[in-house]
Every structure is written in C-alpha cells, then in structure tokens.
Design a protein around this ligand. Sequence first.
Ligand SMILES: C[S@@+](CC[C@H](N)C(=O)[O-])C[C@H]1O[C@@H](n2cnc3c(N)ncnc32)[C@H](O)[C@@H]1O
Length: 558
Amino acid sequence: MEGALSFFSPSPFSSNRSNLSLPKKPLSQFSSSRASIPKVSPLPRSSKRTRKSDVRISPKTAERSRISRPLDSKKINIQKLNAEVSPHRAVSAVRLLRIEQGGAFADLLNEKGRKAAENEMSYVERTLGFRTRDLDDRDIRLVTDVVGGSVRWRRYLDHLIMSLCNKERMFTDMEPLLLQILRIGFFEILKLGMPPYAVVDENVKLAKAALRPGAGNLVNAVLRKLVSLKEKDSLPLPTLEGDDHAQARALAVIHSHPVWMVRRWTKFVGQEEAVRLMNWNNSDPCFSLRVNTAKGFKRVDLVNRLEDLMVPYELSSCMDDFVRIHTGMQIVIQAGLLKDGICSVQDESAGLVVSVVGPQPGDAIIDCCAAPGGKTLFMASCLRGKGTVMAIDINRGRLRILKEACKLLNVTNVVITTHADLRLYAEKHNVKVDKVLLDAPCSGTGVLSKRADLRWNRQLEDLEQLKHLQDELLDAASMLVKPGGILVYSTCSIDPEENEERVAAFLQRHPEFVVHPVHPYVPPDFITDKGFFFSNPVKHRMDGSFAARLVRSLDYPC
Ligand SMILES: C[S@@+](CC[C@H](N)C(=O)[O-])C[C@H]1O[C@@H](n2cnc3c(N)ncnc32)[C@H](O)[C@@H]1O
C-alpha cells in the first residue's frame, strides 16, 4: 500500500467534476458544421494503402515521440506555438500515448504541479512538433480528469469506438495517436458531459494539427456519429444476457474492467456487489490527509489551514490524525501543506493498518516492504522520538523517496533505511524485534479507484506469482520477530487468496504463530469474523486493505 505522496503514488489531484468550468464559448461557435454525420466507411484497398502510410506517424514524428529527457523550456522556438489547439487535449493525448508505451503513469501531476506541466508541454513538442499555450490551473485539472478517466474507461470507450468504426480492422489498425484523440473525445462527451460540438471541433483541430487533415475528418465523422447516438440514447452497449461468462464480458465493457476481475468478484461477492465495487473504482477518488504530529502539528492546525484555504473537509471518523477531502487537493498542494511537512496524503485504510501494528514509544519495529514509506512515517511519528523503525525495501529509488520524506516530516532520528531483499536480509541477520510489519507487494485491487491504470496492468496469472512471493516474504518476516513479538501481514488487495488464505497457509507452516484478533486496535466495523482487519471500499468509502496480527509464541524456540 502506497500511502505517502510520491511520484509512484496516486495523483493527489482530486478529479473534481463539479469544479470543471466547461468551455465558455456559446455552443454555436463550436458547431461549425452540424450538417449530416458522414458515414465512416472502410477505405478502398488502393486508397487504404495510401491512407495507411498517411496515418502512420512520420519517421521524424516517431523520432520525436521517443521518450527521452524533456527539452529545456528556454530553448523553445516560439514559431512552434500552435495557439489553435487546446492545451489540455494536446497534453492528454501525448500523455495517453506515453502511458500506452509504458513510459508514464496515469496519475501524472504530483506536488511538482507547475514543473510537471512544463515537462508535459515539452513532451507535446517532441511528439507533435508544436507546443500549445501553457497549461493553466484549469487545464491541469482537465488533464488529470481526462487522462485518468480515459485510462479508467478504456474498455468501455474502445468498445464504443470500435462499434462506431464500420470495420473492426479500422479500429485494430488505428494509429495510436488517433486512438488517443478519439478516446479523449468520447470520454469528454460521455463522461465529462462537455458540450458535444465543442468537443468535436476541438478534437478535430488536434487531429488535423497533430496528424493530417484526413485524420481530422475521421475524428469528425466518428465523434458526430457518437453525438447522434447519444442524443437518441442508443449507444451500442452490450446487454446482460447469456451465461455467467457472457454476462461478465458485458459487465466488463459497461463498467470498464478486465473480465477476469469481474468473474472473480462475482464469484466471491455476487454480481450486485461486484457492480458496486466497479462503480466505486470508477468514481472520483477521495483523498485523506494525515497531520504530521512529529513536527508538532495537531489536527486542529490542519483544519484551520483548510478552512483558511476554503477547502471542504471531513474529520475522519476512525482515525484521530486524519481528515478527508473530496476536492481541493490542488489548492492544498499549492499552499505548500505537503511541501512544508504539515501533512501527508495517506488513505485512512493505510492508517488503520498502522493501528493494527500499534506502535508505542520505545518499540523496535521492522517495516519489511517499506517504500515509499507511508506506513513507516506514520509508525515513526507514533514513536515520539523513542524507539526505531527499520525500513527495508528492495527498490532503491523508492527507498530514496522514503528517506527524503523522513527528513521532511522530522523523523530521521527514529528511522533507519536498509536497501535489501527481505528474504536475504532475514537469512543473513540474526535480528529479532518487538513488531514487524510486512506490507506485501500485491495485486492492488483495493486501490483501483486511485490507480487508474492498475486494472489494465494486472493479469490473473500475476496472482499465482504474487501469492508465492507473499509466502516467501511472510516466512522471511517471521524470522525477525522475537518471542512474544508481533507480525502484522497486510496488503492493499481485496482478494481472499492474497489475504486470509496466505495467513492460513502461513499458520500451517508456522505453528509458533497464532492470530491475535484486532479488536483493541480498530473499530468493530472493520473486523472480520476471523479477527482480521478489512476495509471494504464500498462499505467504508476508503481503499480496500487487509491486515492480520500474528503473535509469536513464547514457548517455541527461535
Ligand atoms: C505495497 S508496497 C509497500 C508500500 C509501503 N509499505 C507504504 O506504506 O508506503 C510493496 C513494497 O515491497 C517492496 N518489495 C518487493 N519485494 C521485496 C523484497 N523481496 N524485499 C524487500 N522489499 C520488497 C517493493 O519494492 C515495494 O516498495
């Protein structure tokens, strides 16, 4: 579970649709050609070939699209400015292209907001050969919404795009940039409710400028077809019919998830609950802030700052140091609340896992898979300067982020970082401590609302590998627990095979451990009948997390 705000963590920008200020021009100004919707027909063979070469990115553009260091903004040639194309669409299209090529995350604009925006524009220039005007705050919000949303709704959008192309080949052969532009247009019309003809017009302009006039015509035709079908309320979406598999496929399109996830959740919790979960995953993420007590701040200080900034908040009902905000994260960032170490972005579910560990001043704790450090930092602040948290992680880059965060939050005096593979570390070192947290690598199915692209990066086959790794890491972590000490196993997965089943398998292999029910540590609403902690995204309106508290018996020799 990644609780700390970092480049790897979810974008802190709340996707706040109610804050969207839609294009201010009257509709009529955008709808230059409301004439009949051209039919998108397959091209004749000969012209198709011509067109195909036409639609491919030229070698020069392809070269530009190669992902490398962004240009120095000072060297930018003003002649490359294209004032016609809307900045958020150009940036979104290039960003989506980079995500597809594996060169970027969906959650893009972190606390370095302005700098990130400048970098994004450099990528636009490299890829498209022109810049647009700079992104303003509204554009940044739009990029966040459009990129996150287009990634999240990809299966749904692609189903519709494919249905509106007359031939499947036309969709499968579509050049990547053109596909991104169509996804943006479909998402803006169907999910952001932007004025449709403005969306058509603007995306046509982008396609013409970024590709060629023909691509603009195609975007025009397909988007207008969409607008017409939407107006008639007859979008070509699958219906819930047939056997379980057919229904899962239909749900996977309608709610834009992988079929395997739909099938799995339907099996575990039933179709209705699976649909609720998918709706949650598709909803705008809500963020929580943890006040940094290690720097002497109290929750009331954070609340006062939020009130000054007019950011609406809710006090967490289950965690004293936390507040929830649904909107206004960008304001929080710009006001420097994170940069100044007043608070961190951390989901309450991650905070509750720390409650299960129950760190007390004077404890010696090992956080086995610690980076980027959300839980390490919270545990460290609970120690109030007495005791230690050893933060182990195999990933050097993520560990570096953790170290920086320790400095920012003033907890370097109690945190020791160790770059190691936990399995090797546990074998080589005879260290035994009071409390060990293993926040294991997992499928992340509890955090899909915040991690827009995660659902597409996970395969069913990954589960087997993950389960194997989780078992190995549990065995290693158990070696670091002193007799009478505590081992907390946690994940940000909602899958029983990564949670209860891993604990059951561990207890079979390690009779020296028993389950210690989590009743004293978290509210009753979060406790399973086996005494584990579990936050259910639908029920608790937070990320899904699991934690088991295991105690090493005093009677077994180490
Ligand atoms: C779920 S994340 C941990 C999130 C972290 N606990 C937090 O709250 O910010 C899992 C971490 O396990 C680390 N990891 C994976 N395999 C590991 C291994 N063999 N030894 C140590 N760390 C490992 C990954 O690098 C990743 O940072």
